[in-house]
Design a protein around this ligand. Structure first.
Ligand SMILES: Cc1ncc(COP(=O)(O)O)c(C=O)c1O
Length: 356
């Protein structure tokens, strides 16, 4: 019976679980999804209002992606033949995985790694080797170099979500140069970190660097991701793997305007980096917490046995952070997004009231 096959397949999918979104707390201060509130809502609304003026949504956005790629090319100072876009970097990662990997393809990554990527590997039954973080939430490049010969795909988020760790540039370059298969470096948080590997794409034909407007540009809701790779891969991706119209007219026009005004993004990144330091320094005053360094727009800390109490107390105060629980030897991990100065102060005050 063909129906049985459909039922079985559906049950198989349901058993995977899927990507866990954060709990929805209406009206809470949202410090749970690594979004960027430093760029004001008004600024983004004005951007959309202006973008709307050049939209005719009765039409498919013919030529729109090409215009957006040209704007990205100016912003990145990379030839347009090396740039592709997607409906969020999620979709780019998914398309690469679903087309390049199979049950026989071995993926090498870290543990933890970006949750969506991990879930996608499960969905496609792709075997994954994941090198664990050490107890100070750093990775050892030697471990990667040791096992990399057996892997077909290397995926690293640089900086890593949820730890905030970024390899030293030399270490990551060494790893990339030595890896023979497909390399995906996910720089969703790249602007908050110390370096980007995008310049290596010219000399390294197996390297794809994925970036997004979701984090540093504060446009998570727009769903615009992009990548930089060699022109042969890019051409195949853009003309065969990618959908004909992967992003909406409004996304295209808004993204073009956001890229034209990228000074706004750079100012926001500067503030977020300063605020990240303030959060880390403050949380480190409490003996109950072990606070890890971060190169991203969030801070990971282990609240040990009290992580549920801290999380619940913050929710009661109208503050939502991410409860991650066990990561390696750390059993009470919490991750807080760096928000505006005001949001961060509210978070730190709530922590002081609870523990001070
Ligand atoms: C490491 C990493 N990569 C990619 C993404 C997804 O980004 P996008 O909004 O572009 O799909 C995220 C989002 O949280 C992330 O943490």
């Amino acid at each position: 019976m063909k129906k049985d096959w459909v039922r079985k397949k559906t049950e198989e999918f349901s058993s995977i679980g899927g990507y866990q979104k954060p709990e929805l707390h209406t009206d809470a201060l949202k410090l749970d999804s690594n979004e960027n509130y430093v760029i004001s809502k008004q600024f983004q609304q004005d951007l959309i209002t202006n973008a709307k003026k050049s939209c005719d949504v009765r039409e498919y956005p013919l030529g729109g992606v090409e215009r957006l790629i040209n704007q990205l090319s100016k912003f990145l100072k990379v030839d347009s033949s090396m740039i592709g876009v997607g409906n969020g970097s999620d979709q780019i990662l998914d398309l690469i995985l679903s087309n390049f990997a199979s049950k026989q393809t071995k993926v090498l990554t870290s543990n933890p790694t970006f949750g969506f990527f991990e879930e996608r590997c499960k969905l496609y039954s792709i075997p994954v080797t994941a090198i664990p973080f050490s107890s100070d939430m750093t990775l050892d490049v030697k471990e990667f170099l040791k096992v990399s010969k057996n892997a077909d795909i290397l995926y690293l988020d640089s900086p890593n979500n949820p730890t905030g760790f970024q390899f030293e540039k030399n270490d990551l370059q060494k790893l990339v140069k030595s890896f023979d298969g497909l390399i995906i470096i996910d720089e969703a948080y790249g602007e908050f970190g110390d370096f980007s590997l995008s310049n290596m794409v010219k000399s390294q034909e197996n390297l794809i660097v994925v970036q997004t407007l979701s984090k540093s540009f504060g446009l998570a809701g727009l769903r615009l991701g992009y990548f930089i790779a060699n022109n042969k891969f890019t051409d195949a991706f853009n003309h065969v793997l990618q959908y004909p119209y992967p992003v909406s007219t409004l996304t295209i026009e808004s993204a073009i305007l956001a890229l034209e005004q990228s000074v706004q993004m750079k100012d926001a990144v500067k503030i977020i980096k300063e605020e990240r330091k303030r959060i880390i320094d403050n949380l480190r005053k409490y003996d109950t917490f072990q606070v890890f360094d971060s190169k991203a727009n969030f801070v990971l800390f282990d609240a040990h046995g009290s992580h549920k109490r801290v999380y619940d107390a913050l929710v009661e105060q109208g503050i939502s952070i991410r409860k991650l629980g066990k990561i390696g030897k750390h059993d009470g991990c919490l991750r807080v997004t760096v928000g505006t100065k005001e949001m961060n102060s509210k978070f730190l005050l709530a922590i002081r009231d609870l523990l001070g």
